[in-house]
Design a protein around this ligand. Structure first.
Ligand SMILES: NC(=O)c1ccc[n+]([C@@H]2O[C@H](COP(=O)([O-])OP(=O)(O)OC[C@H]3O[C@@H](n4cnc5c(N)ncnc54)[C@H](OP(=O)(O)O)[C@@H]3O)[C@@H](O)[C@H]2O)c1
Length: 419
């Protein structure tokens, strides 16, 4: 389809939800109507009108934000939406429940797409069903453009690009440390966790996807030497610190491995990556690592039992549509540190990158990551040999996303490490 026939640059689909509203708010705050033709997408005109009047009310530039009505259960409405826009940023989740028809509509209409999914089972389904078609149609379907998995994936790309340029060799290992973070969680995110655990309980493919560290690699390439996510507290020699497992490791590590595979292994077939939470030195560090690892094991065990999971969803988790408090949004922050180890002709070297923002990671910062991923797709600010496919942030957009995030105040630095 000719791009000039499309009325909008970006539609934020899910604009009535917690994350989608923040994405729309960010884009209207950062860009003017002269720079960006933006529309709000959702299933309810009334709720979209409410969001429109709130956003227009707080903006000097925007006097209107058109509404596009599209329901995940009505594929024709999705095609009508994707036909009208150059890029879709979608926050309609759980993606396991609502995501597939939109990817199909984007492929039918050759519309570039980015989302916030961390549901590994669904990413695997999307790869297996749609990658080849997305390649044929030169359409970018870029998953996981939020806190899952931009800091890990683009951070690893920063490390590896620096290593290759400075030392003429990639790092054999990259460790991703979730060093600090403060923020909240929404009902929509917990509902998505619920869908992931339900899929793993009931679907053998979803179970195998979480067991195999290479499950998001292309078919035929789903084996390798990397043992995958850490499951117990461990001392980490690179940081001289105790570390615990990270709850985001199952998605972030697989996304990074997929990036390496899609880019045709510039970091080598024996490349290893792990994501961890550093908890400090000595006895205190060990105790904290044990407590986090134990908490995660307990949460996983509870969510794996159908009746407990249903009970938590009904009586303990906030409802979809409710999000973090204003104070959590205002005071949030995160820092992800990455250390890469490699071997050049001059001997071993270490590269260090830092990725962070003074925003709560899952919402304020995530809204900016997804919004800027959409802008990169729209403007063709892409450094990747791949013109289409079911992609990751690093393989679908690449370093221009780091540049854009830096320009709006994120930390995205890389250099030689003294560690
Ligand atoms: N990767 C990350 O770092 C990250 C961070 C934050 C969120 N997320 C993910 O983003 C997703 C959204 O989270 P959230 O907190 O924004 O959830 P939410 O507040 O529940 O919002 C969900 C959105 O989906 C819409 N929706 C539901 N059913 C629909 C249908 N049949 N057709 C069209 N739209 C429909 C809702 O519309 P109505 O208002 O009409 O109900 C709402 O706009 C979740 O999957 C979450 O896990 C990821």
């Amino acid at each position: 389809m000719n791009d000039t026939q499309r009325r909008y640059d970006i539609v934020v689909w899910g604009a009535t939800g917690v994350a989608g509203r923040l994405v729309a708010e960010y884009l209207t705050d950062r860009y003017s109507p002269a720079e960006l033709s933006l529309a709000l997408g959702g299933r309810s005109r009334e709720r979209l009108d409410t969001v429109e009047s709130e956003l227009v009310g707080q903006s000097d530039d925007w006097s209107e934000l058109p509404a596009v009505i599209a329901d995940a259960t009505e594929p024709e409405t999705l095609r009508a939406m994707t036909r009208q826009t150059r890029v879709i940023c979608t926050t309609v989740g759980p993606y396991t429940t609502y995501g597939t028809p939109l990817v199909e509509a984007c492929l039918d209409t050759e519309t570039d797409y980015c989302d916030l999914t961390g549901e590994v089972n669904w990413i695997r389904e999307s790869i297996d069903r749609f990658h080849e078609r997305a390649v044929e149609r030169d359409t970018r379907i870029v998953h996981s453009c939020g806190f899952d998995s931009v800091p890990a994936d683009i951070g690893t790309l920063l490390v590896q690009s620096f290593a290759t340029e400075e030392f003429d060799a990639p790092c054999e290992t990259v460790r991703i440390y979730l060093e600090s973070s403060s923020g909240g969680v929404s009902g929509g995110t917990l509902a998505s966790f619920g869908e992931l655990f339900a899929a793993v309980s009931n679907d053998p493919v979803a179970r195998r996807t979480l067991e195999n560290p290479y499950s998001l690699a292309p078919p035929g390439e789903r084996t390798g030497i990397d043992p995958g996510a850490q499951s117990r507290p461990r001392r980490d020699a690179l940081r001289s610190s105790w570390t615990s497992p990270s709850p985001m490791a199952p998605v972030n590590e697989r996304i990074v491995r997929r990036s390496n595979a899609l880019l045709e292994y510039p970091w080598g077939r024996e490349f290893r990556c792990t994501e961890r939470i550093p908890t400090g030195r000595g006895l205190g560090g060990g105790v904290r690592a044990t407590a986090i690892a134990g908490g995660l094991r307990l949460f996983t065990a509870a969510m794996s039992v159908d009746s407990i999971r249903d009970g938590l969803r009904r009586f303990a988790f906030p409802d979809p549509g409710s999000g973090p408090s204003d104070a959590q949004l205002a005071n949030g922050h995160f820092t992800v540190r990455l250390l890469g180890r490699g071997l050049s002709t001059d001997g071993p070297f270490t590269v260090e990158a830092e990725f962070g923002a003074d925003r709560d990671p899952g919402y304020g910062a995530t809204a900016r990551m997804l919004g800027e991923a959409g802008i990169c797709l729209l403007r063709g600010e892409i450094d990747s040999p791949l013109a289409g496919g079911v992609l990751t942030p690093a393989s679908g957009i690449g370093l221009p996303l780091a540049e854009r995030l830096r320009s709006i105040g994120f930390t995205a630095t890389v250099g030689r490490s003294t560690a």
